[in-house]
Design a protein around this ligand. Sequence first.
Ligand SMILES: O=C(O)CCC(=O)C(=O)O
Ligand SMILES: [Fe+2]
Length: 332
Amino acid sequence: MATSLPLPALMIPPRVDLDDPATLVRGTSEWLRRANLVRGALEANGCLVVRCRSPMPPELRQRMLEATPELFSFRTETKHRIGGADVDGPYKAYLEKRDSATCRYEAFGLANADAGRGEEARKFVARAWPLGNDRFLETLTSAAGEMAKLARVILTMVVDSYGLAHRSDETVAATDTNFRMYRYDMDSSTRTSPDEQPALGLCAHVDASYLTILFQNDVDGFEMKTRDGGDWVRVPLAGSDSLLVIAGQPLVAWSNGKVHAPVHRVVVGGQEDRLSCGVFLLPRKDLVVDAPPELVTADAPRRFRPFGYMDYLKFKQANGNGEDVLGRFAGM
Ligand SMILES: O=C(O)CCC(=O)C(=O)O
Ligand SMILES: [Fe+2]
């Protein structure tokens, strides 16, 4: 007989309406009001939902999610070839984790799909479909590009909201993006039986991005810890016109500890694959991550030493994914 599964408490993140950031004019009181809401949410629990139909329309999300199963249906060797050369750091070009009871997902990553003339996306699609797949290419280029745009708008809002509008452009310019597509696989070999506990799809971790923005199909499973600790809480699906925004540790360091980067994980256990996509807005590889002098004051003494982003990634890879990793690496 099926046992009832313990359901985690729900955590409803604050929602901020950024329905069309293009109509939000930087520097206006309306821009600043919403920027303050975004920053407040990132400081409180490192997490918010943004309502956004442009630049990332629901229709494009839908198209992207519908396109990914075809990509995941290639043979494993082909998937590694499609992924291309591994990029440095945690965001591998193609990653498969299904070997243990603790993780079961696979993901494709695409660095800077929005840069230049979309060369990276074109190469990616050509590796998968040597004869071309214009529809997939268009979907991938648009989705990755629009998500990157949105992530940069949100980072601009955060920096502006600290009263540091004069630093926003340089901060945002010194970023890379990585667009990722995930499948939490519920195929017959890994499917949980009805009386089995839900399994971890993605282990508990903190993100190595400034910001991560996610959307998914209608299979939930995203769980996090709030700033005050305690049990895991489940974040409900954001809804078809909304996206989930999470802060990562580089933003904690940049904000001198004001922003919180939540530990989060994905729990799966239903009968249906969970598909998700997201953009990671990352400090550029050569960047020294440091809090701006305005955020280091007598009342808020320096929390972290300046550090090279790549050095942080290497440390994180070697020393685990926990919340304490930034403090151990760069804490003062
Ligand atoms: O798939 C998801 O919803 C979460 C992915 C995630 O947390 C990550 O890759 O860092
Ligand atoms: Fe994450």
